[in-house]
Each structure stands twice: as structure tokens, then as C-alpha cells.
Ligand binder design. Structure first.
Ligand SMILES: [Zn+2]
Length: 133
């Protein structure tokens, strides 16, 4: 994200307007029912406004390049891995770089190499142990 304005943010943040405008970083939390965000600025420590890396900035003051902030903040996403075939197939949740599912089943490669499907807990074929919160 980039801080493009400071019209809506709180007074403490606005006081550093000249230092904060144009800064980039990442949104690490959503505050006060989604109106404000907690952002973590990029850059070296000496370079930060007042030496502070984390700022509360109103979301309307941000230009967010990456989509779906809330999805990034919630549970990590998993790709689907399959055990069994045909009507016996069960979909498991697998961390992207791993070959073992959350329920510790060893997962074979998907039939179509190079594809990764997201694991959808609500799917009728989803493994109940992987889908449990
Ligand atoms: Zn499973």
C-alpha cells in the first residue's frame, strides 16, 4: 500500500503528514471496525517518521495495490490435495510447499500437473479433519 492522503486519519498521524505522504508498506491489521488500518512502513529505521514503523492510517488515505486485505489477514490459504480416485476421492488441505495434508495424509500430485486448486472446506468432498477449524 501507499499513503496517498491523510485527510481521514487521526490527529497524531496527520501531524506527520509531510513525512508519511508517499510512504509505502503493508497493512498488518484492521482497526475500529474496518475504518482504520495499522500499517507497517517499509524503509530503514533511521528513515522512519519519528522512528515509528507502525501507524494508524484511515483506509481512505491508502492506495492498496494488493487485493483482499482481509483474506491475507485471516487463515492461511491451502491448496487442495487428493487421496483416492473417482467417487472415493477426498480433498485435503495442503500448505503450498508441502506434500502432506493438515490431517497428515500423504498427498499425491494433482492429476493435472502445474495446477493448484484452492482447498474449499465447504466442498462435499472435503476431508472433515482438514476442514475442521
Ligand atoms: Zn485431510
Amino acid at each position: 500500500m501507499t499513503i496517498v492522503d491523510l485527510l481521514h486519519s487521526n490527529g497524531r498521524t496527520r501531524a506527520y503528514r509531510d513525512f508519511l505522504l508517499g510512504r509505502s508498506g503493508v497493512v498488518i491489521d484492521i482497526l475500529t471496525y474496518g475504518a482504520n488500518t495499522l500499517v507497517k512502513l517499509d524503509g530503514s529505521h533511521q528513515d522512519l517518521p519519528a522512528g515509528v514503523r507502525r501507524w494508524s492510517v484511515h483506509r481512505d488515505d491508502l492506495a492498496v495495490e494488493a487485493v483482499a486485505i482481509t483474506e491475507e489477514l485471516s487463515a492461511p490459504s491451502y491448496r487442495a490435495g487428493v487421496t483416492g480416485t473417482g467417487s472415493e476421492a477426498v480433498l485435503h488441505a495442503v500448505v503450498l510447499s508441502e506434500s502432506t495434508s493438515l490431517c497428515t495424509e500423504p498427498i499425491g500430485p494433482l492429476p493435472i500437473s502445474g495446477w493448484s486448486l484452492p482447498f474449499i472446506p465447504a466442498s462435499p468432498r472435503a476431508c472433515t479433519r482438514c476442514a475442521a477449524p
